[in-house]
Design a protein around this ligand. Sequence first.
Ligand SMILES: [Ca+2]
Length: 537
Amino acid sequence: MQTPEAGRRQSGKAPAVGEITQGTCDMSGVVKRAAVLAIVLGAVGQAHGAQRPNVVFLLADDQNVLSVGAYGNPEVKTPQIDRLARDGVIFDRHYNTTAICMASRASVFTGMYEYKTGTNFSHGDMRPEVWRKSYPVLLRESGYLTAFAGKFGLVVQGRGICEGDFDIWGGGPGQTEYATAKNKSMARYAKRYPHSTLSYGAFGQDAIREAVKQDKPFCLSISFKAPHKPATPDPRFNDVYAGKTFTKPANFGRAAGAHLSEQSKQGRQYPRFTEWKYDTDYDAEMAKYFQQVYAIDVALGMIRDELTTQGVADNTVIIYTSDNGYICGAHGYASKVLPMEESSRVPLIIYDPRSPSAGRRQRSPSLTGNIDFAPTILGLAGLPAPDNMDGVSLLPLLSDPDQEVRQQLAFINTFDKLPTHCLSVLTKQWKYTYWWYGDRQMQPTEELFRLSTDPLEMTNLAGSAEAAAQLEAMRARYDTELAAWKEQATPYNNYQKYGLLFDRSIPIEQKDIGAKKPAGDRPNAAARRAARAGAEG
Ligand SMILES: [Ca+2]
């Protein structure tokens, strides 16, 4: 079996702009970079002979697939997202690779797994050399007008939230605010749109108009705060779900989680099932959640209307997704972080009006991840993905949604309580998680779910004779993901230690997690900021 790294090495990628210019901060470096860009862009122009497309990248915060009509829930109203799905390709097996805001956004920006971005609340901020090869930076260098609004979601050391790297800025630090007036860079929209969600729709319209005025290809990235808790729906949509009741999923409630690992029950996701009233007030909680998504849906419509008005809809690719999913009572848990489908799998729709698949209501069963966005967006701009990126361009799936872009994908948690930290590996058919942690209350254990027939993860086949061969195969795949981790994890921000902790072949007694508090759990600047904001990412 080919290792993930071997797959990357054999990808035949051309030398990348970011690779060539790594570490060149003096003037000669700038000149070299400009020369390389001229060559790359010349090649791009010759290859395509057409105007480069615009990109609209829309990222919700904590939105699960349950909240989208096009993913099969007839009880929710998402007319614009559903329309986008009809126009484009809807991805049925899209995963976030790490189900927590800061780490997921770092992967979105850079196309790398978390252990290579080195970025998460309880680990640390992003290094400038990592950010330098992010898709917004590379697109701007290639001549795109770049605009960003909403929750930037991370801090780049010495650079903050990188406002200066965008042409048009509506972003904010930390979790941002639902009250538009409290978001400094968006306050100009507060009078008309006092709730932030629609203000981002208005920002998008203004950014599109400005780019058209300047006659430049643009990349508009909007990171909505919704539907992140604390649930704060826009009251103008109070009637959408008033008095509605909702069907609970078949894996709802504590009895449906009895088979899940003790480790997964040690973090705050387990008590939040009751603390957040999914057990006692499900309909009201879901109404608030869905109402917040409804406002995003309206904002999407505003943006698409403006693309049409400005005459650029036919040359603008729209990507719609979420940084992580959300557990709303499945298996008796709530929130995110854990590898279960409700938090790790998220909506993804890509609409490229120039694609032969456009308007054909296509679905892709291909295994995709948040690490694929940067390579995809760079690919749309005709730019090669830097070799450091783990993800791959999803553009081939737009013309042939049944293609495979990979055989396996890693899912990571290094956030919150140590027992919940884990590594999982996914294929189209299977999900395997090794719960490495052990103490007097619990022993290391494994979970194996056949997602193709058990998408609600109700039967752990790790101890089943019928799945013995598949267990061995998934263990081997897991080992290749861990080998890549050991080889490539950042030497900073406490990612190296997981090479030992996640190793299946090393007994828990040799993992030294006893009296000594693991270094990775010491609060750093990022963790302290998160704590002050009452944030969970
Ligand atoms: Ca999130």
